[in-house]
Design a protein around this ligand. Sequence first.
Ligand code: CP3
Length: 348
Amino acid sequence: MNSSNKKALLNVLANKKPHRRPIWFMRQAGRYLEEYRQVRKTAGSFLDLCYNPELAAEVTIQPLKRFDIDAAILFSDILVIPQAMGSDLGFVQNEGPKLSTTRSMSDVKKLEIDKVNEFLSPVFETIKNVKPELADHVSFIGFCGAPWTVATYMIEGGTSQDRFLSKKAAFSGEAWFDVLIEKLVLASIDYLEAQVNAGVEVLQIFDSWASDLPDMQRDKYCYKPIAKIVNGLRERGVTVPIIGFAKGLGAGQVDFCGQVDLQAIGVESSLPVNWIKNNLIDNIVVQGNLDPVLLDIGGPGLKENIEHIISYIPMDRHIFNLGHGVRQTTDIAHIHQMVDTVREFDGV
Ligand code: CP3
């Protein structure tokens, strides 16, 4: 096998038969790993870790040392873009992100998109540090947040129960909201292009709160902004495959992959695999969708649920993953069990 044939993830994304079902999992570098918690302590805060190219590279690689998986994902966060545009950002222990709020045209006008890549240059250094450390079969994933999801954090000032202010701004057609989305589109194109130039081979766009958008608003605030990012990258000659993860669209996943020229979509755990088989896999490669709680609790239910998923989705149309990020309380033995179960089922 030459080295490009060894990359199961890249092969599936190119509609080629992989030598095995690609596996990676969202938040694979994180607090459930003891070695992550150690490095995190050395770095100081979570953001100090994100902007430290040596330590961020180290934690990017940590899960690959433990598990026989097929991809590394850059260690960073979706909220570095608002920070690079001028929002104040901090992460408070056990509370999550806190940002200065963006709630008017004058707030939006203060956001600068020209210096985003300069501010984020340590992230590109991280990518350069990781690249030579990866084995031949490992694909390297870069990412950003989708404009809707990133905007919700900027408007609410952090994580919120129901994203009420964001939904209010979107649903009532506030002009400043549209300008905010447009700025995020432009900044994301620059940022993702620079990640690819630094060495990532796949991109994923996270729209974690896509399910907030009712049918009539999905086109304008989920599909179109993501399509603009994808098309903007293609116009600049970026050819790497792109995965869209618009969590919670349900049956709307069909529209999503119809409206945006993606190479794969990530799907939430609540989407039935029989439905995925009948409605998606003829058109697009699907990533997901094991419930992270099943992985956390382990036991016979874990094996049964994994086998249920992979019995419906053939290995050349599937990227095995979770329906959302791995939980902090997950036992690493369950992750070994997950990988072994997938490999045994596929006979590889
Ligand atoms: O391993 C990977 O997946 C790569 C790194 C990565 C992180 N965040 C690291 C992280 C990625 C791809 C993200 C994406 C991200 N960040 C999303 C989209 C995916 C999703 O989870 O829905 C969102 C919404 C964020 C914003 C964010 N970052 C929140 C709300 C929080 C706090 C909640 C929490 O889990 O603590 C974070 C913090 C964060 N991002 C951590 C990690 C490892 C934990 C920070 C710590 O070490 O204390």
